[in-house]
Design a protein around this ligand. Structure first.
Ligand SMILES: [Zn+2]
Length: 99
């Protein structure tokens, strides 16, 4: 599954159209909370899953997308307004967390 197009709808939302015709929308707070980078993963594992945003230093409601870029042909990297941009989101993972 690969994106046919990626479009930033607003500060808070990015939409991906997949090559199977489906579409996913990603909200900055949620994507930031689901960041798969080593640092966030480690922090997430030490926190109760019920409250994934607890690890965030900034108020998650304030987190917006700053930019994004393709990583090779398998992933997207998002840059957030809190300065974090270490997470590489594979297409597979994005499909899972999208709405
Ligand atoms: Zn991270």
């Amino acid at each position: 599954m690969i994106p046919k197009s990626i479009e930033q709808i607003s500060d808070q939302a990015i939409a991906i159209k997949w090559d199977d015709g489906s579409e996913s929308v990603f909200f900055a707070e949620k994507v930031r909370g689901a960041c798969p980078c080593a640092t966030c993963k480690e922090e997430n594992e030490n926190k109760p899953k019920a409250n994934p945003f607890k690890i965030l230093k900034a108020n998650p409601n304030d987190v917006v997308f700053r930019s994004w870029e393709m990583v090779g042909r398998y992933a997207v990297r998002f840059s957030f307004s809190d300065g974090h941009d270490a997470g590489i989101f594979t297409f597979e993972y994005l499909k899972e967390i999208g709405e």
